[in-house]
Write a protein that binds this ligand. Structure first.
Ligand code: ADP
Length: 397
């Protein structure tokens, strides 16, 4: 009878509610990436934020629940990924060792499809999906939410639970458009704190003449943030490589960290971490590598026989632990990649060739070159106290 169906539905939803809470219980914070409408780069920003936070050594989950076009699998080259799990539990795909992804797209026979759940069942389908995902322990869950301010983002915002905050993505010319304002009103109505606003597709630099062109104007997001007393997380320029990187499924791979667009994403990541009300989960440690030859600082980086890796607490400068690691071969590019895999952020070295320095920079590792002597502890401490004096780069290879 209708009554019995209602009763069973009620029980199911209670059970799901419990499962949902359990599934979300190991997550430190949820960051909902929202936009007033589609096409502003919300998914791209969510993906880069997830990769950026993972690069900070945090454990990150990325949940793609954009029902209109789940695009995260494509951005990471996981369109052919076969979902692992059974009817009660679903396991996220691994993008990086500390970044896992669950996309509603993994449930679709063809990931190019839009999800066709409709009507009131949609809410319970979303809940069922969310309750089945096994995330394990996470520092942050980044949620690529459905665009707009309708029922779908509402369901998601309510179900992911708290603590949570919103990152609102807009394009610069949307200042006059009501969409973003609706998005802010939406956040307030669901009591979701707005962490800040990102202005995407903001300006384009001509590769030929270097002149910057404000394709979609500039400053709309910043103005909106100021007007509403919100944090501004910066402008992300229009950049062909971002579009291509997404199209070719390699947004998680390391890229040249010196470009304007890479730096604007770094700035956004730092701003998200800094602006966070709960800083407990913020990573405070960092790894610094020093190449050694027979236990001494190596003057010819490529000839070192081991690396001293120091893990330091950034706020206090305390060295938390130290280890010595034997590097793999010396072919160009091998060491930067290997050190990147070890989570190293800075390398302090005697001599180092120009090419090697470039490869490190591209791997997101800062190089301090031309240091003449000192024990690992002295060098690391001096680096942290900003008193390290790099001299002449003796490597002439
Ligand atoms: P949304 O999730 O808001 O619909 P997407 O992240 O899917 O938007 O982005 C829409 C398109 O714009 C994609 O092709 C994406 O690669 C591209 N795009 C997003 N941000 C940028 C940017 N800063 N520069 C160049 N292309 C971008």
């Amino acid at each position: 009878s209708q009554d019995e169906i209602k009763k069973t539905d009620g029980l199911d939803s209670q059970l799901e509610e419990m499962l949902l809470q359990e599934s979300m219980s190991g997550i430190g914070m949820k960051l909902l990436v929202l936009s007033g409408k589609g096409g502003v780069g919300k998914s791209t920003v969510a993906a880069k934020l997830a990769v950026g936070l993972a690069g900070e050594g945090l454990k990150i989950g990325l949940l793609d629940i954009d029902l209109h076009g789940p695009s995260q699998p494509r951005l990471f080259g996981l369109e052919e990924h076969v979902l692992q799990g059974d009817e009660n539990q679903l396991y996220p795909a691994r993008v990086l060792p500390n970044l896992s992804l669950m996309s509603i797209g993994f449930l679709l026979p063809d990931q190019k499809d839009a999800v066709i759940w409709r009507g009131p069942r949609k809410h319970s389908m979303i809940r069922q999906f969310l309750s089945q995902v096994k995330w394990g322990k996470l520092d942050y869950l980044i949620v690529d939410s459905p665009p707009g301010t309708g029922d779908e983002p509402l369901s998601v915002a309510q179900m992911v639970g708290r603590p949570a905050g919103a990152v609102v993505v807009t394009t610069p010319q949307m200042l006059a458009v009501a969409d973003v304002r609706r998005c802010l009103t939406f956040c307030r109505s669901v009591e979701l704190p707005i962490l800040g606003v990102v202005e995407n597709m903001s300006g384009w630099t001509c590769p030929d003449c270097g002149r910057e062109v404000a394709v979609f104007k500039q400053g709309g997001g910043e103005h909106l943030a100021r007007e509403n007393q919100l944090n501004f997380f910066g402008r992300i320029p229009l950049d062909l490589n971002i579009m291509l990187g997404g199209d070719q499924g390699r947004l998680h791979l390391s890229e040249d960290q010196t470009t304007r667009v890479a730096q604007s994403f770094q700035k956004m990541t730092r701003a998200v971490l800094d602006g966070f009300p709960n800083k407990k989960t913020r990573r405070s440690s960092m790894k610094i590598a020093v190449p050694l030859v027979q236990g001494e600082l190596s003057q010819h980086f490529g000839h070192c026989d081991e690396f001293a890796i120091s893990e330091v607490e950034q706020e206090t400068g305390r060295i938390m632990n130290q280890s010595r690691l034997k590097p793999p071969g010396h072919e160009p590019g091998v060491l930067p990649r290997w050190l990147q895999e070890q989570g190293v952020k800075v390398i302090i070295s005697g001599g180092m060739g120009q090419r090697a320095q470039e490869l490190f920079t591209q791997a997101g590792i800062e190089t301090v070159v031309g240091v003449s002597s000192g024990s690992t502890e002295e060098l690391v401490t001096a680096y942290l106290q900003k008193t390290l004096q790099p001299g002449k780069n003796l490597c002439d290879h």
